[in-house]
Design a protein around this ligand. Structure first.
Ligand code: BTN
Length: 285
């Protein structure tokens, strides 16, 4: 059975509090809000700015095929985007979503706590992960004439640890908003994420990627410091160097010991020169 035909009980709607233009699908439980949104896209039932959110996920998915633990109390948010003609390169979207998530969370994190971004789109509180984003696409194509990606639809899936965070089997430490001293509740964060995502998409469209890149670099964790980028799922392949910045297309720029600068378009970043131990790498929050 596909996601969209699963029986669901709908929790109270947030419609009154969501920005105008958002179509809300509120679910008690689903395997994954991203999977649910993609099924809606395939069935033609998901216009631009369809928001699928759920109280719980039973098979939450993270980047690199990892599991995203999804207990009730946290945010499971998937927004369907229909790429618009006046948007920039879709490779830049992960950084757009990172800037948006940061903007949505900043008011809810005590000022004494550092809120930073880990490339490409994790949000950290004092260095521990509080939010992750998985972007999935439907009918992704590359226009070779213009060297640009296009898609019929994209699903921006954002998970935010509000009340809970995982503590075992991690390759990267995690935290939650409540553990960091915030009293904010899930529904408020869902509404703020929707608004921030729409605002940041508008900024990207009106002022181009330069504005997003500047905002990102202002919030980037570890800029100018030693990092290790894991470039394979099993952690065995990694590159260490200095985090130099971001290229015009959002790629991470890594200065190696020999002085050359490598552009990386995928990978998991760790701070410091040490490679994480593969034996501990079961899941990432
Ligand atoms: C990561 O690995 O950091 C990305 C995690 C993304 C989790 C969110 S929760 C809402 C949406 N539905 C999913 O199954 N995954 C994303």
């Amino acid at each position: 059975m596909d996601e969209s035909s699963l029986p669901t009980v709908h929790p109270p709607s947030l419609a009154g509090a969501l920005p105008t233009g958002v179509t809300e699908i509120a679910l008690e439980e689903t395997a994954s809000t991203n999977a649910h949104a993609l099924e809606l896209v395939k069935s033609g039932a998901a216009p631009h700015l369809t928001l699928v959110w759920a109280r719980r996920q039973t098979k939450g998915r993270g980047r690199g095929g990892r599991v995203w633990q999804s207990p009730e109390g946290n945010v499971f948010f998937s927004m369907v985007l229909r790429p618009q003609a006046d948007w920039g390169d879709l490779n830049q979207l992960p950084l757009v979503t990172a800037v948006a998530t940061h903007a949505a969370l900043r008011p809810h994190v005590p000022a004494s706590r550092a809120l930073t971004l880990k490339w490409p789109n994790d949000v950290l509180i004092d260095g521990a992960k509080v939010s992750g984003t998985l972007i999935e696409s439907h009918r992704l194509t590359r226009r070779t004439d213009a060297d640009r990606w296009s898609a019929q639809a994209l699903v921006v899936g954002i998970g935010v640890n509000i009340a809970h965070y995982p503590t075992e089997g991690l390759i990267y430490p995690a935290t939650s908003l409540h553990a960091a001293g915030s009293a904010v509740e899930r529904d408020q964060v869902i509404c703020d994420l929707a608004q921030a995502l729409m605002d940041t998409l508008e900024l990207w469209r009106d002022r181009g990627f330069a504005a997003i890149r500047t905002a990102y670099l202002d919030r980037a964790h570890g800029l100018g410091q030693s990092i290790t980028v894991r470039t394979s799922l099993n952690l065995e392949e990694s590159l260490s160097g200095v985090f130099e910045g971001l290229a015009e297309d959002g790629a991470l720029l890594l200065r190696l010991d020999d002085g050359t600068v490598r552009r990386l378009i995928v990978g998991d970043v760790f701070f410091g020169a040490a490679t994480p131990n593969p034996a501990n790498a079961k899941e990432m929050p």
